[in-house]
Design a protein around this ligand. Sequence first.
Ligand SMILES: Cc1cc2nc3c(=O)[nH]c(=O)nc-3n(C[C@H](O)[C@H](O)[C@H](O)COP(=O)(O)O)c2cc1C
Length: 197
Amino acid sequence: MGDSGQGHDPIARFVELFERAKSDEPFDATVIALATSTPSGQPSVRIVLLKRVDERGFAFFTNYGSRKARELDANPRAAFTCYWPASQRQTRVEGTVERLPADESDAYFASRPRGSQLAALASRQSEPLESQSALMSRYLKLQWQHGEDQIERPEFWGGFLLVPERIEFWRNGQYRLHKRVAYVRDGDGWTETRLYP
Ligand SMILES: Cc1cc2nc3c(=O)[nH]c(=O)nc-3n(C[C@H](O)[C@H](O)[C@H](O)COP(=O)(O)O)c2cc1C
């Protein structure tokens, strides 16, 4: 099926391209631009890291009190795009978002370096911060409080799963005749459509 997807499963196709990008790209291929929006339709976008992809969808981790999380609580729809310059590919994903099961967030949190765990605990992500030194003192206080103890995942931090409804693969082509193939969820399968560039 060449560039138009592996079989008719665009998630499997994404995984194949993602694995290749992780080894071939000169920078971090897990970087994605994630868009959320308020119920009234004001979009916002920021970079997060795509940490896991499986047949359910696309997972990233964040603070559940952050602006993005508050937007997702109110309007559980999101989109992301990633660009892999070495392979000249862009992929766009849109769908609905749910929280990852707690045990999966626990497992991911436990796998993080201790400094990142403490930083997640210290940050009230997206809230106003009076000074950088206030953040550092929160961090140092938590470091002191935890000593050598294992750090549990706080309830305010965890994963989201973006369950895709639409996935589009774009590949740079000669004369700007780029290849675009969109997959839209259709019952248990996907409808595949080529698009003008
Ligand atoms: C390379 C890079 C990776 C990032 N990865 C994450 C991430 O995985 N999770 C996260 O919450 N924020 C991540 N951030 C920070 C976000 O871009 C953003 O500043 C933060 O999540 C707050 O966004 P919000 O106020 O819209 O919720 C990353 C930023 C950069 C530049």
